[in-house]
Design a protein around this ligand. Structure first.
Ligand code: NAP
Length: 522
């Protein structure tokens, strides 16, 4: 996310800069120490009139802040400046600015005073507790200590900015970003100065909360800052080199607020067709694209860096992606596979909607409580299915090709395991295929011998392309009731859209669109 600092002094220039920034940035920082004057109220109203979505950060640095607090002379002037700054930050809280930036060096009394005011006024203002070092980049150990001191105030964001004297200083600062992310703390961390530009280029890809960039050359609020255009060029270049299609990730010039499917392969997916039709019907001017991913860790950094609102995750990353997220929903943690990501201002939370989609589909045909379900497969979808069945009071049985994987899953859900080669010996109320066997273009394949299917009253295939897999056709011939993967597909997709937009999606339309496409190809 891009933050443009507003630093100009004169009225008309401030107005023009704010107008332009609101069109291209996610955040605007009102540097009241550089703008001067007492017109915070007016400036906030101007920003709000230009954009309802842009976030406002109010900052007021004192000159003395470059000097470590312990050494700063406690002159009358310093005290006066401090009082002035506090009054301004209090006003920002009263005006509901989205964020205020307060230096750690102001001390806990000042920070707590502002926090109390915020609580008292029920203000929505969040805190950035910051530390700047204008001389050097301290060691990582020292920076971690400073991070701890800032994080103690439980701010929305910790900001630690140092001065790079060597290229290696960039590595220290980038390490600090990983350190903060592992602790689920939003951070803005970078090196100032000519030697520090590398940190400004890489930090967005490591999950830095935002990147500062200026509107014009010469308008920098800190040494080494790029212009918005330069920042966009780097981001696009790095994204393209990593195999992240620039058209998918778009550019920060027009902030991306879209959705993407991460998987490999993804070319066959019907999710874009379904999600884009639904978004259009919901009146949401956003789109859903696909991204063929080589390295899921890098793709996740791209989601953060490019401020993509949400992502679907498919084969083969549903389990691996969990290591790269800030938070995972409780049900999803139990399932152990993520198929949906929501981006909350750079904090990525993982969900699983497969289990809900699966249960909604199954319930349309049968009751689950006290029934037995033989699940073929032990991957992400099998996990979601087993979780849903247990949650609804059913009894799963796992059948899998790789015994070790099948046993692990059965143990987790406290149920029986059988090798897939023994499938002919199993009896259950319902058989569920969660493997890709039989999926387009291998439509003549089935994971089960047709004769064994008579042992099941219901047979469900999670595959939706083709609509009637060989397994389902064989099962029908054996007199079983069949359940196609389309209901699960539509419902898991609808639940994703609900998480991303907070609105109920048009499920009937989504199903119609997919049916039309599949019937055409059949
Ligand atoms: P996954 O995590 O890779 O797991 C695949 C499972 O299938 C593994 O247990 C694997 O067994 C087994 N398998 C693969 N090839 C096999 C073969 N030739 N013979 C026997 N077993 C085989 O994949 P997933 O994410 O669970 O997805 C599985 C399928 O579900 C895909 O076709 C996907 O499109 C579909 N799906 C549909 C929906 C929907 O909404 N309808 C939602 C999610 C997924 P091993 O353990 O032996 O490797």
């Amino acid at each position: 996310m891009i933050c443009i600092p507003i630093t100009s002094g004169s009225g008309r220039k401030v107005l023009n800069d704010i107008k332009r920034s609101c069109q291209i940035a996610d955040f605007i920082e009102l540097r009241m120490d550089l703008i001067g004057g007492e017109n915070l109220d007016e400036l906030i109203s101007i920003v709000r009139r230009q954009s309802r979505t842009i976030k406002i950060i109010v900052t007021c640095r004192r000159k003395e802040e470059a000097v470590p607090a312990a050494r700063a002379k406690r002159t009358d002037a310093v005290e006066r400046n401090k009082k002035k700054k506090m009054a301004l930050l209090k006003q920002a809280v009263e005006l509901n600015a989205d964020f205020i930036d307060i230096e750690l060096a102001e001390g806990s009394k000042a920070i707590n005073e502002l926090k109390s005011l915020c609580a008292q006024m029920n203000s929505r203002t969040q805190f950035i507790v910051s530390h700047h070092n204008f001389n050097k980049t301290p060691s990582l150990i020292e920076l971690k200590k400073i991070f701890g001191q800032c994080a103690r105030f439980k701010p929305a964001v910790v900001k630690i900015v140092t001065t790079a004297r060597t290229i290696e200083d960039n590595l220290v600062i980038l390490n600090l970003i990983s350190f903060a992310r592992k602790r689920s703390q939003n951070i803005i961390s970078l090196c100032m100065g000519g030697q520090g530009v590398i940190s400004r280029m890489i930090a967005p890809f490591m999950g830095n909360f935002l990147s500062f960039a200026t509107l014009h050359k010469g308008g920098q609020s800190a040494p080494g800052q790029f212009t918005v255009q330069q920042m966009n060029r780097f981001k696009n270049l790095i994204s393209a080199k990593r195999g992240m299609s620039a058209s998918v990730l778009s550019s920060c010039n027009t902030p991306v607020k879209n959705y993407v499917l991460l998987g490999n392969p993804v070319g066959h997916s019907l999710s874009p067709l379904m999600h884009n039709a639904a978004l259009k019907k919901m009146g949401i001017e956003e789109n859903y694209s696909v991204c063929c991913v080589q390295d899921i860790g890098l793709a996740i950094e791209g989601i953060r860096g490019m401020n993509i609102r949400g992502a679907s995750v498919t084969i083969p990353f549903k389990v691996a992606v969990m290591d790269y997220l800030n938070e995972i929903d409780r049900n999803t943690l139990e399932i152990g596979a993520v198929n949906t990501i929501c981006n909350h201002n750079g904090r990525l939370k993982g969900y699983n909607t497969d289990w809900l989609g699966f249960i909604l589909a199954l319930k349309q045909s049968m009751t689950i409580k006290n029934k037995t379900f033989a699940i073929i497969g032990a991957g992400g979808t099998a996990r979601a299915a087993a979780y849903g069945i247990v949650k609804e009071g059913g009894l799963p049985i796992i059948l899998n090709r790789t015994r070790s994987k099948g046993r692990i899953l059965a143990k987790e859900f406290n149920c029986s395991f059988y090798p897939l080669s023994d499938a002919g010996k199993i009896k259950a109320d319902c058989l569920i295929n969660t493997t890709p066997v039989g999926m387009f273009p291998h439509i003549d394949k089935s994971p089960m011998n047709p004769a064994s299917l008579a042992a099941f009253k219901y047979v469900m295939d999670v595959i939706y392309n083709p609509l009637r897999t060989k397994l389902l056709m064989d099962a029908e011939k054996q007199g079983c009731s069949i359940i196609s993967g389309i209901e699960m597909f539509v419902n898991q997709g609808a639940e994703q859209l609900k998480l991303w937009t907070g609105k109920e999606p048009p499920r009937t339309l989504m199903k119609k669109i997919i049916l039309e496409r599949l019937n055409k190809s059949e």
